[in-house]
Design a protein around this ligand. Structure first.
Ligand code: HEC
Ligand code: HEC
Ligand code: HEC
Ligand code: HEC
Ligand code: HEC
Ligand code: HEC
Ligand code: HEC
Ligand code: HEC
Length: 462
């Protein structure tokens, strides 16, 4: 059986997603010198991790290794670029040397973060001063929430200081993540982020895993073009960081509720979510009227039609059902980027053979748009649409969009059939045998072998 190239790409995307779960190449021991640089006070292997719940995942993605070793099951195949210090700080952060700022160090003690930083980074200090973190009891609403946090921490919180997030001095400086900072005071949001694993990729908590397991990501490095990895990294950083939707150092929930909070990543040709929203009737209403909407209100308290005349990304995607909203946007995803062939289409090309003998649950099956689970998700969507529309109106729209997707797959099936024929008649030029190795194909094929990959996919990678 021939496996078409486009399908090989899709399959490899998915496969690489499974790799960490297979416990592939064991990560090397972490050098003692690097361990010393580890930011967390407790070694990460002992501290609770929202981002990586198992020791195996923590070792591959979270344990600090400085810039010595890459991430994921193929971490030995590349070295991190220096920018990874900030992009994936729990694993790659290295503290700066500030000894050349001798004047400042004479003037301020190591714990005078704010005073010294008023000279070093005034923008950050001023943003922090105007944030709720600098006045956590500024009104009744926040005072109540702060009281809960105080109870949990067993101490008074009059200000959330630089040191609360970054560490007590430059000697133990860290870049804040859900595990080493935010989640300790905001465990609910930590749990909500972590809960995305239950729904599978794509999701935020596995952003980095998806990023580094794609063959061409590491191939960039092997071709001496490691710097280009940031072309992926900038968006795939929501695995442990909490500053994607609440920008630093304001950290405002109201900002996180605005659709622009999603736009820096959910845009561009692969996933034009912002462009689609912006040009839809609902997005246009947001542009026309959104400046007056009460973004301070928790999503669960928003009165549809009055507070928000049309929905935001958050209002739609963070709705969990039963009148509840959580910061995880993925609970209702059905189509998953539309990259997996759906069961509901009768394929006539080689697409009918998906998953090509691949023996790696759960990617050993087609997408099920009409499974009981998907139907349940759709009902939750309709519950949400029904806050403004008639459910019949919304149902017809969503079902029509499903049909539209099925039609798209049928077109792909037709195109694939032509490709199958071209390959079968040996007309492909250059032929598969003459082509360069698929990115990382050498490593991938050997690591997984034909049993797990299925013979067709195994050969396609080789
Ligand atoms: C004596 C002055 C001084 C004090 C006190 C000080 N810092 Fe800094 N800090 C600096 C300087 C200077 C830099 C910039 C280093 C550079 O640009 O290379 C810096 C950089 C940083 C950075 C950015 C590090 C990076 O990798 O980019 C953070 C975060 C930070 N400081 C937090 C703190 C915290 C938290 C405290 C208090 C515990 C603190 N600082 C106390 C002078 C100080
Ligand atoms: C609520 C937690 C929190 C507090 C409080 C906080 N920071 Fe940060 N800070 C962050 C996060 C998150 C980042 C981004 C980390 C990354 O890049 O991985 C960051 C990054 C930085 C950076 C480096 C990035 C840049 O833009 O230059 C500096 C410098 C910094 N903080 C200084 C400070 C100073 C000074 C204070 C106190 C006035 C402070 N921070 C208080 C969360 C915090
Ligand atoms: C030492 C405890 C502590 C840490 C660490 C901490 N926070 Fe907070 N945060 C608070 C308190 C207290 C409040 C005010 C009460 C509330 O809203 O929960 C708050 C409020 C907030 C708010 C709402 C503020 C508003 O104006 O809408 C956001 C968003 C937030 N924090 C995000 C973060 C993020 C992101 C991090 C990590 C980079 C972080 N916090 C780290 C204690 C903390
Ligand atoms: C820093 C970048 C970033 C920001 C900000 C961001 N996302 Fe994402 N989001 C991603 C990435 C990257 C993925 C896919 C991760 C993966 O490959 O597993 C994703 C996945 C998703 C998914 C799952 C898609 C699916 O096919 O099921 C949804 C839904 C989503 N995001 C919604 C949002 C919403 C709504 C916001 C704003 C409130 C937002 N995101 C903000 C980067 C971001
Ligand atoms: C502009 C932001 C952005 C950039 C740049 C970006 N991605 Fe993504 N990526 C996303 C978002 C958002 C999704 C989820 C889209 C959806 O589900 O509709 C995603 C989905 C994915 C997925 C599929 C989902 C999964 O978990 O299997 C993979 C794999 C992936 N990205 C890897 C990469 C790689 C590798 C690069 C660089 C070559 C890259 N991305 C560049 C934002 C980005
Ligand atoms: C995808 C965007 C997104 C990400 C990522 C995100 N948040 Fe939020 N956050 C929001 C939205 C939207 C709300 C408002 C939720 C609501 O109103 O129900 C919110 C609310 C909050 C609040 C509540 C403030 C209040 O007054 O009730 C805190 C605290 C907070 N986030 C902290 C975090 C922490 C900690 C993380 C990292 C684990 C995080 N956020 C990651 C979008 C995000
Ligand atoms: C009216 C409600 C609504 C609004 C507003 C909305 N979406 Fe969606 N979005 C949906 C529905 C419904 C789906 C399809 C879910 C499914 O069946 O898989 C979807 C799908 C997605 C997906 C997954 C796409 C895929 O390829 O599978 C992402 C990512 C996403 N939306 C992000 C956003 C972002 C970012 C915004 C704001 C700029 C936004 N959405 C605004 C309802 C909404
Ligand atoms: C907060 C209220 C609100 C929610 C929730 C909402 N919509 Fe809308 N939607 C609107 C408004 C208002 C319009 C513009 C109507 C007009 O053109 O006069 C609109 C327009 C539309 C349109 C454009 C077609 C038309 O007749 O103009 C579609 C399609 C649509 N919505 C589908 C949905 C779906 C599907 C959901 C749920 C996933 C949803 N909407 C959730 C308020 C909402």
């Amino acid at each position: 059986m021939r496996v078409p190239f486009t399908t090989a790409v899709v399959v490899s995307l998915l496969l690489w997603g499974m790799a960490p779960l297979l416990g592939l190449p064991a990560p090397a021991e972490i050098a003692a010198a690097e361990a010393e640089k580890a930011p967390a006070e407790k070694p990460p292997s002992e501290a609770k991790s929202y981002a990586y719940p198992t020791p195996e995942l923590k070792k591959m993605y979270e344990t600090n290794v400085g810039l010595e070793k890459g991430d994921g099951p193929f971490g030995d195949a590349y070295k991190p670029i220096p920018m990874h210090m900030y992009l994936n700080p729990s694993r790659h952060y290295i503290r700066p040397d500030i000894s050349m700022f001798a004047d400042l160090m004479k003037k301020f003690g190591p714990e005078q973060c704010v005073e010294c930083h008023e000279n070093v980074t005034p923008g950050i200090v001023n943003a922090w001063k105007s944030s709720t973190h600098a006045q956590p009891k500024k009104n009744e609403y926040f005072a109540g929430k702060t009281a809960d946090i105080e109870k949990r921490l067993g101490r008074e919180v009059t200000e959330v200081m630089c040191a609360d997030c970054h560490g007590k001095s430059h000697d133990v400086l860290q870049m804040p993540t859900v595990d080493n900072a935010c989640g300790q005071c905001h465990p609910q949001q930590g749990e909500e982020l972590a809960s995305e694993r239950e729904h599978g990729r794509p999701n935020h908590v596995q952003s980095w895993e998806a990023n580094v397991i794609v063959p061409w990501y590491i191939e960039n490095y092997r071709r001496g073009e490691g710097a280009s990895q940031i072309g992926c990294d900038v968006c795939h950083v929501e695995m442990s960081r909490c500053d994607g939707c609440h920008t630093r150092h304001i950290f405002s929930a109201a900002e996180g509720r605005r659709p622009e909070a999603c736009a820096s990543c959910h845009m561009g040709p692969d996933h034009p979510d912002w462009e689609s929203y912006e040009h839809s009737k609902m997005g246009i209403i947001y542009h026309l009227e959104g400046h007056d909407w009460p973004f301070d209100k928790p999503l669960a308290e928003v009165i549809p039609g009055k507070d928000y005349h049309s929905p935001t990304c958050q209002y739609c995607h963070m709705y969990k059902g039963g009148g509840k909203w959580i910061i995880s946007p993925v609970t209702k995803g059905i189509w998953r980027m539309g990259t997996v062939p759906p069961k509901e289409v009768d394929f006539t090309s080689s697409l009918k053979d998906y998953p090509y003998g691949i023996n790696l649950p759960p990617i050993n099956k087609k997408l099920e748009v009409r499974s009981p689970e998907s139907i349940q998700k759709r009902e939750t969507w309709l519950e949400l649409c029904g806050r403004c529309h008639s459910v019949r109106f919304a149902r017809l729209w969503l079902e029509n969009l499903d049909e539209y997707m099925f039609l798209g797959w049928k077109k792909q099936d037709e195109a694939q059939k032509i490709m199958d024929q071209v390959v079968a008649e040996g007309l492909l030029d250059p032929s598969p045998e003459e082509r360069a190795c698929y990115p990382m194909g050498d490593v991938l094929a050997d690591a997984l072998g034909p049993d797990k990959l299925g013979m067709g996919v195994y050969k396609a990678f080789k």
